[in-house]
Write a protein that binds this ligand. Structure first.
Ligand code: ADP
Ligand code: GLC
Length: 517
């Protein structure tokens, strides 16, 4: 009998997926998208995944079938519900004094970090680690905890410092620039273990670094593209953690994110006035006309419609985009920008639009449905970045037949190929520029604009972009392969998880189809 295909009776591999964002319950960027779609994709591969998320108001409101599973020692409640779209089971840590706040998960109304963020995410991490180590009290305990970004880094430390037997820990870096660094006194006041507060632990230039805790203590580390995995090993992109990352390079893997092909599908997208696909692009023209009308843009302008849907930050080069706007208008482009972020950059966008309303529309804020309509309506998407761990927006654009103008850094280098150097397997066509300057960006848009007027060539490029497979099937199988490797590696403390018999575990490991590397 084919051993790899043998599926003995026994339970499935259990993974607790810890995150501070999970669309549609909470989202400030791509983290929320990935942490919704990857667990769902793993579920289709036979893994029993449950997510765990802070009990934000939006999450408490959005989760279905919520019930209280346990009362936490600190008086909070552990709830279990399902996501409204995919039915993914999700635990919510309901600590009203920490998480029931209006607005952004990380920032107060003044756009500054909530002053008690360490307390909030340490409490969340402690609750997740307790659930992992002791089970949820209702019979469910994970084999492995998959934690995401700094908000969950302390979970890896709590697990490792607990010692064996314990579940394995995987930590995914979505963005090394957000580190969760806090004064050591604050960490001491919260009673965090001393082993964390030293250089060999998670001390980082006189502070406690939550992302360092994740990197230092995880059994396995991943990040969201192969190119970024290489970049963060260098002083230029390592954000001070490149030394530690180099020391752990053997345990670091870069896996390019997928995109959710169901919610981002122009053929079935309910937010669009007219659906379309690669064979029938007619609907895209209707969507363009509708968006121009919605945003008050000239309906007859012959040039390309260029969009930007991004967080307005230094990472996304929003300052450079603002500087380039006059050049883009000069080239005959229509531009529509949507996003929010740094106040100064929001101001620069708004100021640029004044007096140019028929060719430049700016909508500060973020609405998911508008993001979809813009991706569908546009010809060109501006997705430049100074650095980009993965860059989902660029893949969404290509899926909608909107060609990206961007830089070949991080995940963008792994997902986009320049039209002139030719696409290759796994990368869609776009217009790449090297220097992070307004002139270089405008020149790349100029190249795209010239191509746009050759309708046959443009259509061919759109079709190529739309046919690229950016789905989650492939990346999810790579995560599964890593989980299996981790759970089967003997000698690690986590290989004796939770005192359950090994037989049970190996059965679990063989329950899913083998993956080709
Ligand atoms: P990042 O995660 O760095 O923001 P990605 O391109 O990977 O970049 O993912 C961005 C996701 O967040 C997309 O789904 C995009 O539509 C959405 N988005 C863009 N701007 C905002 C914003 N200001 N607030 C919330 N989500 C946003
Ligand atoms: C981060 C990164 C982005 C990535 C996303 C999801 O927000 O900035 O590049 O696509 O996480 O992994």
């Amino acid at each position: 009998m084919d051993q790899e295909r043998y599926r003995p009776p026994g339970r499935r591999m259990r993974v607790l997926f810890a995150t501070s964002e999970l669309f549609p319950l909470a989202k400030t960027g791509g983290l929320g998208d990935v942490c919704a779609a990857l667990p769902a994709a793993l579920g289709t591969l036979g893994v029993e995944v449950r997510a765990i998320l802070p009990g934000y108001i939006s999450a408490l409101d959005g989760a279905r079938r919520k019930r209280t599973i346990a009362v936490l020692p600190d008086g909070g409640r552990l709830l279990l519900g399902d996501t409204p779209d995919t039915g993914l089971p999700v635990y919510l840590i309901d600590r009203p004094e920490l998480f029931r706040r209006a607005g952004n998960p990380y920032l107060g109304p003044d756009k500054r970090d909530w002053p008690d963020n360490l307390r909030r995410f340490a409490a969340f991490s402690a609750a997740a680690a307790t659930l992992a180590l002791q089970g949820d009290g209702a019979g469910w305990q994970p084999d492995l905890v998959h934690a995401n970004d700094w908000h969950t880094g302390l979970i890896m430390a709590f697990l490792a410092l607990h010692g064996a037997p314990r579940p394995c820990g995987m930590f995914t870096i979505h963005n090394l620039a957000y580190q969760g660094n806090f004064p050591l006194q604050e960490a001491r006041a919260l009673g965090l273990p001393e082993a964390l507060l030293v250089l060999e632990g998670a001390e980082f230039f006189g502070q406690l670094s939550c992302i360092k805790a994740g990197i230092r203590f995880a059994d396995s580390i991943t990040t969201v593209s192969p190119t970024y995995a290489g970049e963060i090993l260098t002083p230029e992109h390592g954000a001070g953690l490149d030394g530690l990352l180099r020391a752990r390079a053997a345990d670091l893997t870069g896996i390019l994110n997928g995109i959710d092909n169901i919610s981002w599908n122009p053929a079935k997208d309910l937010d669009l006035p007219a659906p379309y696909d690669a064979e029938h692009l007619g609907g895209k023209a209707i969507d363009k006309a509708a968006l121009r009308q919605e945003l008050g843009l000239d309906p007859t302008a012959p040039g390309p419609l260029v969009i930007g849907v991004n967080r307005l930050t230094h990472q996304k080069m929003a300052d450079v985009v603002a500087d380039a706007l006059p050049m883009l208008l000069e080239q005959g482009c229509q531009v529509a920008l949507h996003g929010q972020g740094d106040r100064e950059l929001e101001g620069a966008y708004v100021a640029a639009a004044a007096g140019h309303e028929s060719c430049l529309a700016v909508r500060i804020g973020y609405q998911e449905a508008l993001a979809h309509r813009m991706q569908a309506a546009a010809d060109i998407a501006l997705t430049p970045a100074r650095f980009e761990p993965c860059g989902l927006t660029t893949m969404y654009a290509m899926r909608y037949g909107t060609l990206p103008v961007t830089r070949p850094v991080g995940g963008l280098a792994d997902s986009v190929a320049d039209v002139d150097t030719g696409g290759s397997w796994g990368r869609g066509p776009g217009f790449l520029f090297a220097e992070p300057t307004a002139d270089a960006l405008a020149a790349a848009v100029g190249r795209a604009g010239t191509m746009f007027h050759n309708q046959a060539a443009w259509r061919a490029l759109q079709r190529r972009a739309m046919r690229e497979d950016f789905g989650w099937a492939r990346p999810a199988r790579r995560y599964l392969a890593l989980y299996r490797q981790l759970l089967s590696s003997e000698g690690r403390p986590c290989s004796q998880t939770c005192g359950r018999p090994w037989d049970d575990r190996s059965a679990t490991l063989h329950e899913v189809e083998p993956v080709a590397a």
